[in-house]
Design a protein around this ligand. Structure first.
Ligand SMILES: O=P(O)(O)OC[C@H]1O[C@](O)(CO)[C@@H](O)[C@@H]1O
Length: 529
């Protein structure tokens, strides 16, 4: 298997090529055996059946009793009802109409003839796709420049708003939240509203919402007369929403051809509907993941795109893969602790960062190289005789792939001809389907995220404690120790939380801590006047 001739044969035997998209998938450097392929075939019978059921509108997310319909977004004709088909096509038409009006200046800010910027506010699936696509398809000359508030970090928000500066008056704000109740998105919106108010601007005249039908955010936007709202359907998960209004509105506004993105996804969806393992690129990916991680997430997925524009792909895939596959229980309720950890950066930067460990250190990963065939739209000078920078990039990729393989580290290579709307749409669709297949192989629900709720609830508890602590301090004429506060508010088990809250409020000049900072039990706490 390891002779160059054998490997070349294996490469050709397993090479997948999509002629219309010009996309290749090479899984030859994953060391599965013919026996493994034979053994996994029956699991794909189920995976293909699950795919069919999901696409025809079955309740594929049993916990939440929801259909899962992101495939319908790029093939409305396969949506299970006429109403859904109409919703999808009408929303797409509305996005294009709105975009044309913004670009033409028919929809414009109160104090200028055109919008210059977009400020996109949202988190998780309501940010990662738009960020990935904005960077992948960025151009120097765009109708509107985009910036993002994707966290509840006041310093991060300051920087975004400072960079917008006076252009806030010509900024179109997109508040994106499926639930319409995610605190990070709500806080970002409130901060932006406040900044507009401070600058004497009318937020409602410069804001749109992309949110679940009937959500609190939709009601708020309509009630306050925002420019427009676009729907996010309950049958689309946040992490598969890039090709819904969530991703299409910001993309279209940046001048990105959204019909081409949808066409790319549609072509890939068709290719990944083929019920033949060897001819289905998503099935080949899922099989490789299963082999590499032993169907139990025993190895991490390292994403190495050799293209600056694709830097955020690993971050995008982190949510898609880890939120979908990282599950405690399988569909039968057994404890399985599933998942595949995803991380990555870009080549060749990685070679000067962590490839050392990948090559020689703990062999707990499999790599995925993303190769782009076209170097650049522009010709580049030779950096040495007959060699341009892009030739180096290919050399680095090939070199790392071989060096890893020689040392027992498996890899997959996805090759695209060019970074374009078509190929980005296709890549998104490829990984969405691979995740779906993998979930079937390991029998888990890829479309819920119960674990996230625990963190959200715990976060809310900390804020409630903070409020109680502040009112305890307000009603006290003397400084209090952490223990005294805990007793006063009836929360003796929360003393450590109270300490963390007090230390944060002290650093932000909301209260005073006196005592030995190295010994929390000595601290006395009082409000600052
Ligand atoms: O769009 P929303 O409802 O604000 O949710 C943002 C993100 O939060 C989650 O629900 C949980 O992290 C993600 O699945 C989702 O993409």
């Amino acid at each position: 298997m390891n002779s160059a001739v054998d490997l070349w044969q294996r490469y050709q035997d397993w090479l997948y090529y999509h002629s219309e998209l010009g996309i290749y998938l090479d899984i030859s450097r994953v060391r599965f055996t013919p026996d493994f392929v034979t053994q996994i075939q029956p699991k794909f019978v189920k995976a293909f059946a699950d795919m069919k059921a999901l696409e025809s509108g079955a309740i594929a997310n049993p916990d939440e009793q929801r259909m899962v319909g992101h495939y319908w977004l790029r093939s409305p004709e396969i949506a299970p009802t006429e109403e859904l088909r109409k919703d999808i096509t009408e929303t797409l038409d509305r996005i294009e109409e709105f975009t044309q009006k913004v670009h033409a200046g028919t929809i414009h800010p109160p104090t200028a003839s055109k919008f210059t910027d977009i400020l996109s506010i949202g988190i998780g699936g309501s940010a990662l796709g738009p960020q990935f696509v904005a960077q992948a398809l960025a151009k120097a000359d765009v109708p509107l420049k985009i910036s993002f508030i994707d966290n509840s970090d006041p310093d991060g928000i300051d920087l975004v708003l400072d960079l917008l500066g006076d252009r806030l008056s010509t900024t179109l704000v997109l508040v994106i939240s499926k639930s319409g109740g995610t605190p990070e998105a709500a806080n970002g919106m409130k901060e932006a509203e406040f900044a507009f108010q401070k600058a004497g601007l009318d937020f409602a005249k410069q804001a749109i919402a992309i949110t679940g039908v009937g959500s609190a955010l939709e009601k708020y936007a309509i009630g306050n007369g925002w420019l427009d709202t676009f729907p996010m359907y309950d049958w689309i998960g946040g992490r598969t929403s890039e090709l819904s209004a969530v991703g299409l509105v910001p993309a279209a506004l940046q001048g990105i051809n959204i019909r081409e993105m949808l066409r790319g996804a549609n072509l890939m969806d068709a290719a990944t509907r083929v019920e033949n393992l060897r001819q289905n690129p998503a099935a080949l990916l899922a099989m490789s993941w299963y082999f590499a991680s032993n169907g139990k997430g025993e190895k991490d997925m390292v994403i190495l795109p050799y293209k600056d524009r694709l830097l955020l792909f690993s971050r995008y895939l982190q949510q898609l893969v880890m939120e979908s596959l990282g599950k405690e229980k399988d569909l039968d309720g057994n404890l399985v602790y599933q998942g595949i950890a995803v991380y990555g950066n870009k080549g060749s930067t990685d070679q000067h960062a962590y490839v050392q460990q990948l090559r020689e250190g703990v062999p707990n990963f499999f790599a995925t190289f993303i190769e782009v065939l076209q170097d650049s739209a522009k010709p580049h000078p030779e950096v040495e005789e007959g060699v341009v920078t892009g030739d180096y990039l290919l050399g680095f990729l090939q070199g790392t792939r071989s060096a890893l393989y020689e040392n027992g580290r498996d890899s997959i290579t996805v090759t695209i001809p060019i970074v374009s709307e078509l190929t980005i749409g296709a890549l998104i669709a490829l990984y969405e389907r691979a995740v779906s297949f993998y979930a079937s192989l390991v029998n888990i629900n890829a479309y819920h995220q119960p674990g996230v709720e625990a963190g959200k609830k715990a976060g809310a508890k900390v804020l409630a404690l903070q409020k109680k602590m502040m009112s305890a301090l307000k009603s006290s004429t003397i400084s209090l120790s952490l223990g005294e506060i805990a007793d006063k508010i009836g929360a003796p088990d929360e003393i450590e939380s109270l300490y963390h809250i007090a230390r944060h409020l002290h650093a932000n000049c909301k209260l005073l801590l006196e005592g030995d900072l190295a010994q929390p039990s000595t601290l006395r706490i009082m409000l600052l006047e």
